[in-house]
Design a protein around this ligand. Sequence first.
Ligand code: PMP
Length: 413
Amino acid sequence: MSEIRLDPYISRYATRTQGMTASEIRALFAVANRPEVVSLAGGMPYVGALDHDAVAEVTRRVIAEDGNVALQYGGGQGHDGLREQLVEVMAAEGISGHADDLVVTTGGQQGLDLLGKLFLDPGDVVLAEGPSYVGAIGAFSAYEAEIRHVDMDEDGLIPARLGEHLERLRSEGRRAKFLYTVPNHQNPAGCSLSVARREEIAALCESEDLLIIEDNPYGLLDFKAELRTSFRELAPERTIYIGTLSKVFSSGIRVGWVAAAGPIRDKLVLLKEGADLCQSNLTQLVAERWLRTQAWQEQIATFRELYRERCDAMLAELSAEMPAEATWTVPTGGFFVWLALPDGVDARELLAKALNARVAYVPGGAFYADGGGQHHARLSFCYPPPDRIREGVRRLGEVLRTELELRSAIYGG
Ligand code: PMP
């Protein structure tokens, strides 16, 4: 029997930490990372597709030519030269901005945390897609927000459902602090918000005076390089935009940014200074030089093609291997497929059997703050090569078919 160890410091922690637990994804990593397991669980970008020699040379030059800056503290808002380059990355997606609007953060994740710190008092309501990015749920929950999920379909968040939430809030005499959305190739649902809906949602937020947090790590990873109008373009004054280099360059370099109206930006700089004084100048300068001197758009095209091939492998194998009762989203970019399991199959319960069969996924419950997602699984196609993806889906198909046979034997077909 395993020993249950009580935490001797428990009575000393702040009340807000009570609900904090390791995310399901993290708990899964230890098993999912075993070599015999095909992991469709993690969301790690395939950085093996980067030219490592080129990154090494850029890094060497940063230190050789600009060492006194790279090895020193920097300003709280982030390095000027990097912010100018990040404006170019946004421009590649048709999103406008000025270097002054940006605050550089430790990945997009720190942006989420700082925004939670800036806006959320205990009990405040946040509206977010259902399902929603697990790291955002974690960040906002740490500030004791109440997260209410707005239903999605294959065209993303449903405006009418958002309207219903706003109506309900009004009847409760409450207001949401903001709407959190990942409009492009959403994590975990793998779908994108249609442009018509963006316009409708922007108008709704305008009439309700609701702020929008637009988190956009995957916009440049559209398989056909299609771009969709951003909330930042549609509603610049009420949109707080989060970008990151994690999926288009390197996640290890930890460079993200928030673009926001002046007063919000100023507060974020103060919060950033409180969190870590400043972003690492070394990684900022490496990112800046990478963007300034390398063909980064070509690199993104390489990533796009690589992920498209992996996604195709996953979709073809799902069609071949899944029982008829299962359905899934068909992504047009990004990293993820959202699988709806046949009626009654619980994704958490099935996971033990899947791991036994040497395949891992993330149960859908991780992506809801309210107990939803029980019958869904997130499958990622970003990291394993196509043949491993096919093998993983085959294993999962077999696990599911066995499960359904067992159920029909027990409960009748
Ligand atoms: N937002 C979303 C939707 C994500 O999927 C991720 C990474 N999984 C992040 C933010 C944070 O990424 P990073 O901190 O590496 O920029």
